[in-house]
Write a protein that binds this ligand. Structure first.
Ligand code: H79
Length: 427
């Protein structure tokens, strides 16, 4: 009887696609990921030559024949992997997620699957992902690859999806052959670059009803590198075989950017990504930079939501990162060097973020991040058994009083920090 039940359960699991059991190594990666809290997103591709974002091919209706003239002009002679990785490390980032291929299909690595790649098609002819992988290992950061499932360039991405209609692709194609091509590229990424943090998929939303063979692709990744984390920016609740869940331009559960109307916060480790100006890929004219304070607040609110913050830069076609990004990252790093205790290794909670700020916790400590509050008394939901309250900055005691249903913290103006006033509660 028992045996029948087990067989039935296994059958049901397969039938309902619930067959994935993360390995022990994968579970450890997930815990590492949740402790890491801050990563650097890098959108770099041949589109950087045009300085108009990574969607330029689609937005300006550039046909493939025209777009294929770009690689000849892409010569990032000033690229320096050590400089990028040091910049990320000094910003307090623990991992880097870089585009191995974006929607234009152009591979930023030495793929043997076609010649539409940085090594074969540009005068520079080098593999920046290899250099970054080596440098990340040297400096102790993990490297993830962003890989677009959507492809505006590949002839077998057919039938076409909602975007890329103006690329001038042929009127036929074999989607399974495209997926074979994608799996072959992923196999290269998971075998030629050492241990990889994971794969960050994007673009499935272009053809939501297609058969994406997710289990085959996810299975391939987990077979090659069981510790690698798989996530996909499909804006839906997680599918079987995924290891983390990401939110684009929104904190988990929010939908201000319009991408997350169908998303549901699941039980996997969480991540949210955001840009410094409003572009992912290099945009020469977008000067609406968020302030360092805004970026720190986003980090704190992410942590309070139990999510990582993946902050983006779009490097220039010469291989440099623009100074407006570099200075902001350095300032975030300065802040984290002092306040990192209240971010790294924490989890969100014990209560959800509020308008005034967010809370994180680690062991017997709760970190109350007061981001936006002007009065001397702040009422927070009750946290049982608090024994002491002190400023993280200097250890000075903070007066607190338990009242019915909550706790009052006394925060004199002189104590308030212009960026984040952090009070440590000990239980
Ligand atoms: O890589 C960055 C962007 O290029 C990529 N994701 C980040 C990380 C991205 N940009 N936009 N999107 C993903 C979602 C785009 C959704 C839209 Fe649509 C495409 C809105 C309109 C066309 C999906 C398809 C929703 C409606 C149709």
């Amino acid at each position: 009887m028992k045996r029948t039940l087990i067989v039935a359960a296994a059958f049901a699991a397969l039938a309902f696609g619930q067959s994935y059991k993360p390995s022990e190594a994968n579970r450890q990666s997930r815990a590492w990921f949740q402790d890491a809290k801050l990563g650097l997103f890098i959108h770099w591709g041949v589109y950087s030559v045009l300085g108009n974002g990574e969607w330029v091919m689609n937005n300006q209706k550039i046909p493939i024949a025209e777009y294929e003239k770009l690689p000849a002009k892409f010569n990032p002679t000033e690229f320096n992997a050590a400089e990028w990785v040091s910049m990320a490390k000094n910003a307090g980032m623990k991992y880097i997620t870089i585009t191995s291929k974006h929607h234009d299909g152009f591979a930023m690595f030495a793929t043997k699957q076609n010649r539409w790649n940085i090594v074969d098609a540009t005068p520079w002819g080098k593999d920046p992902l290899k250099m970054l992988a080596d440098e990340c290992r040297r400096q102790g950061l993990k490297l993830f690859f962003y890989h677009s499932q959507l492809d505006w360039h590949h002839p077998d991405y057919y039938p076409r999806g909602r975007t890329g209609q103006t690329a001038g692709r042929s009127e036929s194609g074999d989607f399974n052959r495209y997926l074979d091509f994608m799996d072959a590229q992923l196999q290269e990424l998971l075998t030629n670059y050492g241990d990889i943090g994971g794969i960050w998929f994007d673009g499935m939303w272009d053809k939501p009803d297609a058969e994406w063979r997710l289990q085959k692709t996810y299975g391939l990744i987990h077979r090659l590198q069981p510790a690698a984390l798989v996530g996909s920016n499909h804006h839906l609740k997680p599918f079987d075989g995924e290891d983390f869940q990401m939110f684009e331009k929104d904190l988990p559960g929010q939908n201000t950017a319009g991408f997350n109307d169908k998303s549901e916060v699941g039980s996997l480790p969480l991540e949210t990504c955001e840009t410094i100006n409003n572009a992912w890929g290099y945009n020469a004219s977008d000067k609406r930079f968020k302030s360092t304070k805004d970026l720190i607040h986003y980090l704190v609110r992410s942590a309070g939501n139990n999510a990582n913050f993946l902050l983006n830069v779009g490097p220039m076609p010469n291989g440099k990162i623009q100074p407006e990004f570099v200075t902001r990252l350095a300032e975030m790093g300065d802040w984290l060097k002092v306040n990192g205790e209240a971010i790294y290794g924490t989890r969100g909670g014990p209560f959800a973020p509020r308008n005034w700020g967010a809370v994180t916790e680690k062991g017997n400590k709760v970190y109350v991040h007061v981001l936006d509050w002007r009065d001397e008394l702040l009422a927070i939901p009750a946290i049982p058994n608090v024994k002491s309250a002190a400023m993280l900055k200097n250890g000075q005691k903070v007066d607190f009083q338990n009242v019915s249903g909550g706790t009052l913290l006394r925060l004199p103006k002189a104590r308030m920090d212009p960026v984040d006033t952090i009070v440590v509660l000990e239980r």
